[in-house]
Design a protein around this ligand. Structure first.
Ligand code: ADP
Length: 509
C-alpha cells in the first residue's frame, strides 16, 4: 500500500478520498486554491498545499504544478477525483512519467474512451450495442441532412469530445438542422476546443441506466450492477438510485456482461462506468464510458457493501479484486445532489456564506459534503455542495428515508436544491419509479411551483436567530464565537434553543 497520496481535487470528493485514505492508513495531501483555504478537505487531510488563485485554470487544472507538489511532498500516487483533471489523458501520462501512480485507468484507456466517436467504433467492434448513428464526424450540413433522413427525425447532434450535456442539440425537423449544427459546433469548440460533431438517433423516453465496473491489474473485470440516473435536468443528473426498477436480474447480467466487454476492449483498469440508454422495450444502447469515479458512486457502495474509492486505491497498489462475478444488490439506495441553485428561480446559482448547517443523520443516512458553516460559496466552481445518500430495505423505505433526511437538512446562507428534492420524493410518478430522462423537464414547473414547506419556515426562524445571536456576540466583542454547526461546542444550536422551542410551539416542526 502507498504511504502518501495527493488528492488533485476539492470539495466533497476530495474529502471522500481523504476518508478512504484514513481508513487504509495512507497519508493524504490536499491541494487548495485561494478560495478554499478554509475548506473541509483542507482541514481533514494530513497535509495541505496551496496551489494558486481561485479560477480552476490557475489552480485545480494546473496539472504540471500539482505533479510538482506531489513530488515535493513525496507522495507516491495521485487521485484526480471526478471533473478537473480526471479524464485528461495528458495528466495521467504526466503522473506516470513522473514516477507516480495515477489512481485511475491507464492514459491509453482514457484516450480510447475520450472521444465519443472513437469509443463507439471501439465498442461496436467488441459487439456492444450502440445508439444508431454515425461513427465519423459530420463534414457539413448537407451530410447531416442526409444522415438524419436515413435515421429519421428526431436526431441528436453530439460533440465527439462532449461531457456534461454540452455540445448536444435535439433536432426535430429538417429545417432546424443547419442552425443546430452550427450551434452544437460552436458550443463544442468553446467547451472542449474541438468542434467534431456526429449524429445519433434521438431515443424518446428512455431511462439512463449505467453499470459500475471495477477492473484490477490482473485481468479481473467485474460489474457492480446498475444505477438509474433518469432524473435529469438539461441532460445533467439530479437524483440517482441503485438498483433500477426497470432492471431484472437477467437484464442486469446482460448489461453487466456488455459493460465488462466494453471495458476489456479499452484495456481498462480501475473504476469506470458504462452509460446506457434503456428503451421502453428493454433494449439497451451504449452511450459512453466515463473513465473515472462517478459523482453517484455511493449508491452502488450502499447496495454492494464495496468501498469503491478504497478499491480504486487498492487496485492501483496492485491488489486483486476478491469479489464474485455475480453480485445481487441488497436493499435500495438513493442520492440527491444538493446544489447551491435556486429551483424557484430557474436553478440560478446562489452565492454567499453558509451561516448555519445542520446535517441529517440517523439510520441509513450518509452525507458526502464539501462545505461547513462559515464556508463561502462563490461562482468559481461547480454548485454541488454535497450529496445526501440514503439506504432502505426497499425502494419505498429509501424514498421515505430520503424525505425524512431532507426535512432534517438545514442550510442557511445560500439557496439550495433541497426543496426541489423534497417535492420529487413526494411525487406519485417518482414513488412508482415511473421515470425516464425527459420526465423531470416535463414535471418541473409543477414540482417547483408548490408552496414552501414547514422546514423552510424553520430555516427562516434559524436564520433570524443566528443574526440576533451574532449581534449579541458582537456587542460582547466576541464575533468569532457566533455561527457554527451542531457539532461546534459553544456555537450553533445551543445558542438558539429558545427559537427552536418557539418554532415547535408554533407548530413549525
Ligand atoms: P455527456 O457526456 O455530455 O453527459 P451523454 O452521451 O452521456 O453526454 O448523454 C447525456 C444525457 O443525454 C443522457 O443521460 C441522456 O439523458 C441524453 N441522451 C444522450 N444521447 C441520447 C440519445 N441518443 N437519445 C436520447 N437522449 C440521449
Amino acid at each position: 500500500m502507498f504511504n502518501k497520496l495527493l488528492i488533485a481535487n476539492r470539495g466533497e470528493i476530495a474529502l471522500r478520498i481523504v476518508r478512504a485514505c484514513q481508513e487504509l492508513g495512507v497519508r493524504s495531501v490536499a491541494v487548495y486554491s485561494d478560495a478554499d483555504a478554509q475548506a473541509p478537505h483542507v482541514r481533514e487531510a494530513d497535509e495541505a498545499v496551496h496551489i494558486g488563485p481561485a479560477p480552476s485554470s490557475e489552480s485545480y487544472l494546473k496539472g504540471d504544478r500539482i505533479v510538482e507538489v506531489a513530488k515535493q511532498v513525496a507522495a507516491e500516487a495521485t487521485h484526480p477525483g471526478y471533473g478537473f483533471l480526471s479524464e485528461r489523458e495528458w495528466f495521467a501520462r504526466l503522473v506516470r512519467d513522473s514516477g507516480l501512480v495515477f489512481i485511475g485507468p491507464p492514459a491509453e484507456a482514457i484516450a480510447r474512451m475520450g472521444s465519443k466517436i472513437a469509443a463507439r467504433q471501439l465498442v461496436i467492434a467488441a459487439g456492444v450495442p450502440v445508439v444508431p448513428g454515425t461513427t465519423e464526424p459530420l463534414r457539413d450540413a448537407a451530410e447531416a441532412a442526409e444522415v438524419a433522413e436515413r435515421f429519421g427525425y428526431p436526431v441528436l447532434l453530439k460533440a465527439a469530445a462532449g461531457g456534461g450535456g454540452k455540445g448536444m442539440r435535439v433536432v426535430r425537423e429538417a429545417r432546424e438542422l443547419a442552425s443546430s449544427l452550427d450551434a452544437a459546433r460552436r458550443e463544442a469548440l468553446n467547451a472542449f476546443g474541438d468542434d467534431a460533431v456526429y449524429v445519433e438517433k434521438y431515443i424518446e423516453g428512455p431511462r439512463h441506466v449505467e453499470i459500475q465496473v471495477l477492473a484490477d491489474q490482473h485481468g479481473t473485470v467485474l460489474s457492480l450492477g446498475e444505477r438509474e440516473c433518469s432524473v435529469q435536468r438539461r441532460h445533467q443528473k439530479m437524483i440517482e438510485e441503485a438498483p433500477s426498477v426497470a432492471v431484472s436480474p437477467d437484464l442486469r447480467r446482460r448489461m453487466g456482461e456488455t459493460a465488462v466487454a466494453a471495458a476489456r476492449a479499452a484495456g481498462y483498469v480501475n473504476a469506470g462506468t458504462c452509460e446506457f440508454l434503456l428503451d421502453k422495450n428493454g433494449e439497451f444502447y451504449f452511450l459512453e464510458m466515463n473513465t473515472r469515479l462517478q459523482v453517484e458512486h455511493p449508491v452502488t457502495e450502499f447496495v454492494t457493501g464495496i468501498d469503491i474509492v478504497q478499491w480504486q486505491i487498492r487496485i492501483a497498489a496492485g491488489e486483486r479484486l476478491p469479489f464474485p462475478a455475480d453480485m445481487t444488490p441488497r436493499g435500495w439506495a438513493i442520492e440527491c445532489r444538493i446544489t447551491s441553485e435556486d429551483p424557484a428561480n430557474g436553478f440560478l446559482p446562489s452565492t454567499g456564506r453558509i451561516e448555519y448547517l445542520h446535517v441529517p443523520s440517523g439510520p441509513g443516512v450518509r452525507w458526502d459534503g464539501g462545505v461547513a458553516a462559515g464556508t463561502t460559496v462563490g461562482l468559481s466552481y461547480d454548485p454541488m455542495l454535497a450529496k445526501l445518500i440514503v439506504w432502505g430495505a426497499t425502494r419505498d423505505d429509501a424514498v421515505a428515508r430520503m424525505h425524512r433526511a431532507l426535512t432534517e437538512l438545514t442550510i442557511v446562507g445560500v439557496e439550495t436544491s433541497r426543496e426541489f428534492h423534497l417535492r420529487v420524493m413526494e411525487d406519485a410518478d417518482f414513488r412508482r419509479g415511473d421515470i425516464e430522462i425527459q420526465w423531470l423537464e416535463r414535471r418541473l414547473p409543477e414540482l417547483i411551483g408548490a408552496s414552501p414547506d414547514a422546514a423552510r419556515v424553520r430555516a427562516a426562524a434559524i436564520a433570524a436567530a443566528l443574526l440576533a445571536d451574532r449581534d449579541r456576540h458582537a456587542r460582547r466583542g466576541n464575533p468569532a464565537s457566533a455561527p457554527g454547526t451542531d457539532a461546534t461546542p459553544g456555537g450553533g444550536r445551543g445558542a438558539m434553543d429558545p427559537w427552536i422551542i418557539a418554532a415547535r410551539r408554533d407548530g413549525v416542526r
